[in-house]
Structure formats: C-alpha cells, structure tokens
Write a protein that binds this ligand. Structure first.
Ligand SMILES: C[S@@+](CC[C@H](N)C(=O)[O-])C[C@H]1O[C@@H](n2cnc3c(N)ncnc32)[C@H](O)[C@@H]1O
Length: 194
C-alpha cells in the first residue's frame, strides 16, 4: 500500500515538473485516472498476437491499464518523447518495447526495430493533439492510418469534451465516444476506425 502511494506520488511529481518545463508538450499536470486509463484499455484488439502501439505513455497510467486488461507486455510498443518518462517506463515494463522518440516518426521507428513492426491492432494515444497545428495532427493521423490493421482502433482522449474536437480525425469513422468525468480534468475518449 505504502509502495503504491509512493509510486503515485513519484509519477505525479514528475508530471508536474515536466509540465512546468514544457506545458504544450506534456499536455497535462497529472497522470490519467484509473477510470480514464480503463476506458482507453477497453479497446484492445481481439487477437492476442496483434501489436498495440501506445503514443505518449507518460508515466504509464494507461500502459498499466492495458496490461491489466490482458495485453502481453511483449506485444506493446510505446513511443514517449520525454527521456525521463521513457526511462521510468522501461523500469516499469521491462518486456515492452519502449522507444524514446517522436510519435510523428512512428513509421520509421516501427520499421527500424530489430524485428520490424509492420502493423498494429490498436493505437492508443494520449498525445495532446489540440496543442499541435491541424496540418501536423493530420500528418500524424495519416501515419496512424497506414499502420493500423483493417479492423484496428485508434483510441484518443482529449480534454475538450465536444465530439468534433479530435484533430486529424476527418478521414476516420467514429466508432464510439464517451466522457470520463472521474479524471482531472474530465476527458472524452474517442474510438476511430479507418
Ligand atoms: C497528456 S500526457 C499523457 C500521459 C499518460 N498517457 C497518461 O495518460 O497519464 C501526454 C504525453 O505525451 C508525450 N508526448 C508529447 N509529444 C510527444 C511526441 N511528439 N511523441 C511522443 N510523445 C509525446 C508527453 O511527453 C506526455 O508524456
């Protein structure tokens, strides 16, 4: 219990520090709540052999929920730009492929693995897309589209609660959407298909 409390405190402190250093990129002052993380993890691919790509895993709140829901650690590839967070994630999830890099280079980063990852069954993204210009968001989501399996889901949360607020989603079909109130701040989880 005490160990868990210290871990939560460490993650929250790191988030705050990184938010002060770069609010635009960090996108949040605190890790996601258990409720938000579980709502994201609900959309794992049905095939247990499919890879899952997580973008912007931060300190691993959503990652933890994905594993709890049954994702094998060795099927997870996560791209985190912040080096401190990437280091922490490697300690927490030693069998996952944690890449310290830019999600906008996901095509290149996935292809240059020792065993290249050609496609994924889901993209689980916590990237603060509204902090990026529309053309940049669109460039990223086209890369997501290219790597998703035909039935795959792109799951994205946003602190803007309106349904039409997901940047870069114009060429996707909305499959599901719901607001998670038990998070600071509340967030909308949107699920898209190609
Ligand atoms: C809102 S936080 C979410 C963190 C975590 N998934 C959670 O829900 O608690 C967004 C994360 O995206 C990361 N990030 C921002 N820009 C990125 C980029 N271009 N490539 C990869 N990660 C990025 C930030 O460092 C931060 O960890």
């Amino acid at each position: 219990m005490a160990k868990k409390f210290i871990a939560v405190l460490t993650d929250t402190t790191l988030f705050l520090q990184e938010w002060f250093a770069n609010p635009q990129r960090t996108g949040s002052v605190a890790p996601s709540s258990r409720q938000l993380a579980a709502a994201m993890a609900h959309w794992l691919p049905s095939n247990p052999d499919s890879f899952v790509l997580e973008l912007g895993p931060g300190t691993g709140a959503v990652t933890q929920a994905l594993i709890k829901r049954g994702l094998r650690e060795d099927r997870l590839v996560a791209i985190e730009r912040n080096p401190k967070m990437a280091r922490l994630l490697r300690e927490k999830f030693p069998r996952a492929q944690i890449i310290n890099g830019d999600a906008w280079h996901l095509d290149h980063l996935l292809r240059s693995r020792r065993e290249p990852v050609e496609s994924v069954g889901a993209v689980i993204s916590s990237l603060p897309l509204l902090n990026f210009p529309p053309e940049e968001a669109e460039a990223l989501t086209q890369k997501i589209r290219a790597v998703l399996e035909p039935d795959g889901n792109w799951v994205q949360y946003s602190y803007h609660l309106g349904k039409k607020q997901v940047r870069g989603a114009a060429s996707f079909k909305l499959r599901a959407s719901k607001i998670v109130w038990l998070n600071f701040p509340p967030a909308r989880v949107s699920v898209f298909k190609k």
